[in-house]
Unconditional design. Structure first.
Length: 162
């Protein structure tokens, strides 16, 4: 088994929850979500919300809290080779359903098909709107930053601009 994932990052007024699958080795090394320098998550979100791209763990947390975005992963732990989601075995799921029962979020977004598929396999139920978005991973080269911006913006901005 790998290390346990990070705790959820969620402020009292978060409007959306973005769920990934499980942190990459570079994320564990950096101490926070989406730590791979080629992952487009932070530049994408910052661009959509008109902010500078946060760099440090502290800047990323402050950015999420200020922008009312909660962030977590479907898995707490698993066996995985490197950062290859397809190699995930023996998944240990977070209690997303329990978290959502007390979190203020109004919608959930999966960062990629693997996060959504893992959530479905967990057997947990959702009582709020949910949508799979294209992965921000560098492995998802078929999606340009412009295509990601359009897809993510259409999905999340209506909830964040309320």
């Amino acid at each position: 088994m790998g290390p346990s994932s990070f705790p959820p990052c969620c402020g009292d007024d978060a409007r959306i929850l973005i769920l990934g699958s499980y942190p990459s080795p570079l994320s564990f090394e950096s101490g926070f979500y989406y730590g791979h320098p080629r992952n487009r998550f932070w530049p994408l979100l910052a661009g959509l919300l008109g902010d500078a791209v946060p760099q440090s763990r502290e800047e990323k947390i402050a950015f999420l809290l200020r922008r009312k975005v909660a962030l977590w992963d479907v898995l707490d732990n698993c066996d995985i080779r490197g950062a290859a989601d397809a190699s995930i075995r023996s998944p240990v799921y977070h209690d997303v359903e329990g978290f959502l029962a007390t979190a203020p979020v109004k919608a959930l977004f999966f960062n990629g098909a693997q996060a959504e598929n893992l959530f479905i396999k967990s057997g947990q139920k959702l009582t709020l709107p949910a949508k799979r978005l294209p992965s921000t991973s560098p492995a998802n080269a078929a999606w340009s930053m412009e295509r990601l911006r359009t897809s993510w913006g259409e999905a999340i901005l209506p909830f964040l601009n309320q």
